[in-house]
Design a protein around this ligand. Structure first.
Ligand SMILES: Cc1cc2nc3c(=O)[nH]c(=O)nc-3n(C[C@H](O)[C@H](O)[C@H](O)COP(=O)(O)O)c2cc1C
Length: 185
C-alpha cells in the first residue's frame, strides 16, 4: 500500500500537483491522509499519560494509534508539504508526533540504539518553495527520522523552488518538474 501524507493547505497547492504526478507514476492507487481533515491535537499531558499506559500494556490496537499503524504497514510513503518558515506546516509535526509510537514504528535496542519497525522501503518528500529551498529543517529532518528511527532505508526529495519570486516563471517551473516526475528523472 502506498501512503500519501498530504500536508498541503491551499486549494491551488502546487506541492499537491507534484505529489499527484508522483502518485500517478507510482501506480495510481494509494491511501491518503489529508492532515487538514484529521483534527490532530498537540500531545497534552493527559494524552501522553494514556499513550504511555497503552504502550506499556502493548495495546497497539487502540484507536489512538490508528495513524501509526497505517504508517507502519505502508510499503511506500509520499509526504507532500509546502515549504513554510524554512520548514513545513505545523500540522505535519503534529502528525509525526502522533505516528512516532515506540514499539510500533520504532524501538530501542538493549544498548539504547534506535531501530525502525516500519515496512516501507522508500519515502518521498515532495515540496515547493516561494524562494530558494533549503532542506535543513524539512527534508533533512524527515530523512533522518525515516532512516535512523523508522527503518525506511531510502528517501528522495522532489522540490520546485523560486515559485513566488518576481521574474521567475512559476507555472513553467511547476510544469517542468511535473514532466521530470512523469519521466522518473
Ligand atoms: C505560512 C507560509 C510560510 C512560508 N514560508 C516560506 C519560506 O520560509 N521560504 C520560502 O521560500 N517560501 C515560503 N513560503 C512560500 C511557499 O513556500 C510557496 O508559496 C509554496 O509554493 C506554497 O506551496 P503550495 O502552492 O503547495 O501551497 C511560505 C508560504 C506560507 C503560506
Amino acid at each position: 500500500m502506498i501512503l500519501y501524507v498530504n500536508a498541503c493547505v491551499r486549494k491551488e497547492s502546487r506541492t499537491e500537483r507534484l505529489a499527484k504526478a508522483l502518485l500517478k507514476r507510482l501506480g495510481g492507487e494509494y491511501e491518503e491522509v489529508k492532515l487538514a481533515g484529521e483534527k490532530l491535537q498537540p500531545l497534552s499531558e493527559e494524552m501522553l499519560d494514556r499513550r504511555t499506559e497503552l504502550i506499556e500494556r502493548r495495546e497497539y490496537s487502540d484507536p489512538m494509534f490508528r495513524l501509526a499503524r497505517q504508517f507502519q504497514k505502508a510499503d511506500e510513503i509520499v509526504i507532500a508539504a509546502p515549504y513554510w518558515d524554512l520548514s513545513f506546516p505545523a500540522i505535519l509535526k503534529l502528525y509525526l508526533e502522533n505516528v512516532y509510537v515506540t514499539g510500533l514504528v520504532s524501538a530501542y535496542t538493549e544498548s539504547g540504539e534506535p531501530h525502525g519497525l516500519c515496512r516501507a522501503g522508500k519515502l518521498w518528500y515532495v515540496t515547493t518553495a516561494g524562494g530558494p529551498y533549503v532542506p535543513d529543517f524539512s527534508y533533512a529532518y524527515i530523512r533522518t527520522m525515516a532512516r535512523d528511527y523508522f527503518g525506511i532505508p531510502e528517501t528522495e526529495l522532489i522540490a520546485a523552488e523560486m515559485l513566488d519570486v518576481q521574474g521567475y516563471d512559476a507555472a513553467g517551473i511547476v510544469e517542468n518538474k511535473i514532466r521530470e516526475i512523469e519521466q522518473g528523472s
